[in-house]
Structure formats: structure tokens, C-alpha cells
Design a protein around this ligand. Sequence first.
Ligand SMILES: Cc1ncc(COP(=O)(O)O)c(C=O)c1O
Length: 435
Amino acid sequence: MSLEQLNAYCTSKLAELKKRGAHKGVERVIAKITLPDWVRNGRLPTPAEDENFGPRYLLASDEKAYLLMNSNSYLGLALHPKVIAAEEEGVKHFGTGPGAVRFISGTYQPHIELEKCLAAFHGRASAMVYSAAYATVMGVLPALIDEHTLVVSDQLNHNSIINAIRLSHPAKKEIYQHLDMAELERILGTYTSASGKNAVGEPEIKRVLVITDGIFSMRGDCAPLDKIVAICRKYEQSFADGIITIADDSHGVGAFGQTGRGTEEYTQSQVDILIATLGKALAVNGGYVVASTPVIDYLREVSPFYVYSNPITPSEALAATASLKILGSKEGPERLARLRKLTARFENGLTELGLETIPGEHPVTPLVMRDTQQTALLIKYLFQNGILATGLNYPVVPKGDEEIRFQINANHTTGDINYLLSVLKNFLTYSRSRS
Ligand SMILES: Cc1ncc(COP(=O)(O)O)c(C=O)c1O
């Protein structure tokens, strides 16, 4: 009886989602990947190979080969032989899973090595790995927030940040318009003049957390971390426990900045606490936080998503370390330069076709549609022409900002980008002929 009621509830909620156009629908199942030699051998393509096509993804549903334009594996390292070999070696030596949480018996040498590499890569004293970046955000924020904390957050921050703030019950939460530094400063100024007085019986604000995505995943634009840090330093003396800056740069690390150190490198700045994923450019799985040693030591003791949840596998830790080594070698900047070149080629192509995008160096390149139906029509057209891409509608993006998010990666070729642009051009002719 109760389960029938729950079934009816879920069915009606699903129907509501469909009606609102917010239903994600059937997931596409990748059954096989075909690789050109240069990808299999872990090198970049020759000019002739670059004119040809890169990897193709076969779907279980129709066994046709597709160009994948919606992967976060920006450097193409998920198919790199050195990363694959590191993961295989790990399984041989340590088996498949960690078998326990870290403080019981789930800490292996590869976890320690990876944490050392991550701390060094970001120029920090310590690092700590979680099972996902989502879990990292959920694990870090509540540990630093209490009834005397004000949290200030960018309007377009990732869903993990929004939910972590909800879980934390701060004294106050303030949201500033996307990237609006004047509003951030105004908010801090307001609390500065009010702090310590507690005149209306509200809890006194002692600590402020200012938190932002580094790269905003739906748009590929980046937070001005240098300006955020400068504004916070200006106001930090006004709060008993200061202002802590936190960035989640899951889309930036490995894909942005001259050497792949993300938005911090691009903006020449450093936040107090940096969170990122191992599951995008670093091509494996898991999340991490880098910070000072006392902060990391404290989180290891109290952060429930760390203390009570398994870590990534030892083999995943070895594979992530291999990705970091590639990024730190001569090959890293070469892959990044290729990524920037392909991204610029695609962005220029969109502009030449008269299409709207959000310019920037990051490989997330949105085609701004501003219309749900047109987005669906184009996604279908791309699919019919062998291209997998993702349409983003409300509530994933604000109403009126509907878009198709194309993501370039270093395993794409100039041939792939030219093909994609030719399909978009044909779509414009096709949709004009229909109107
Ligand atoms: C800013 C941000 N944080 C966290 C995540 C989640 O990463 P993970 O898959 O490692 O949990 C994402 C992924 O979309 C993201 O964009």
C-alpha cells in the first residue's frame, strides 16, 4: 500500500519534470570506442592525422560511431596508454577496491603519493582525496561553517556548493550576481558595519566564507579569483575569525592556465582552500582539497564524507598520479596548447556562422540558443549527423540562457571541428528553409 503510494508520487513527479522540459530522459550507452593510432600510442597527431577524424564512440542502441562533444576529459588522458598502464599495475598490486574507509584499513601508498603530488602541484602544504568532488564540497563546507558564519556565494555556483551550504545551516547566506565584484564588496561592507553589534538579536558573524566555482561549468567563464582575494583581504580584519576564500575549480584544473593549474594560475592568485576533481581533465575519478596542514588534518578527523566513506581505489590513485606526471612533463603544455588551438578554431567558426557563444580560452564552448525547442531540434539534428552533444535548459541554466555545451578535448582533430562546424552550417540552412 505505502509503496504503491510512493510509486504514484514518483510517477506524477516524473510527469511534472517532463511537462516542464526538465526531464533528462534516456541515457545514451557507450558500448565501444574506436581509436586512431596516435591516440592509442599516447602521442599528438601528425598534420595529416589532424585533418582526419579522432576517436569515435559506438552506442549500444544503434552501433553507429559518434563524435563525442560532451566529455570532461579535456586533455584526452582517459585513453592515454600511460594512465591506463598505471591503473592496470595498481589492480595487479593492490586488487580492485580499498576494502575500507581511510582510517580503518583503506589507506594505501598510492593515496599518500597522490596527495603529495596534488599538494606540490598546487603549491600547498597538504592535500586530501575524497571519492568525488561533490563529496569533497559536501565534506569540507559543513566542517567550517557554524551558527556564527556568513557564507557568500556566486549566483551560478555548482549544485554541490548550493547543497553543501544548505547542509551547513550558516547564520547567514548571501548570493551575489554572477561575477559581480561590486556586489560582493557591497555585501561584505554591509556585514562589516553590522558585525559585532548583534543589535537585532541575530547571531554575531565571526567567520565569513566566500565561495565560488573557478571555471563555471555551463559557460566556461572564470571567477576573477585575484579580485575576490583582494576584496576579502580588504575586509577580513572586520570579522573576529576573518574571511576564508574557497574555490571549486573542477573544470579548470588540467584544462586552464598555461600549465593546467586552473583558474588560480590564469588569474595569478591563490585562495585559502582549493577543491577540484580527479574525474575531468585528470581523467580518473574522485575529488580533492588542498590547503594548509592544520585545515587538512582537521578535515581528516571530522569530515563525514571522508571519515565514513571509502576513498578512490589504489589503482585510481596511481592513474591520477600518472595524469599529473604527464601534465607536469613536456607533454602537458603541448596538450594544453593543442586544446587552446582547437577551442579557438571552434569559437571562431561559431562566430563566422553568426552564432552566439561566450568567448574564452576554456574548452567549454557554449552555443547560446536562448530557446528550449530550438535547442532540442539542434541536438536531434546533431545526433542524426553522428554528433553527441548536450542541450542545457532551465533549471540547469537560467531561463533564456538555454544552450548547447560543446566541450573540446585534445583528442579531437581539426577534421572533427571542421565537420562539426559544417553540420552546424547545414542546420542553419535547414532551419531557415523550415521557417
Ligand atoms: C564545479 C564542480 N564541482 C563538482 C563537480 C562534481 O565532480 P565529481 O564528478 O568529481 O563529483 C562538478 C562536475 O560537474 C563541477 O562542475
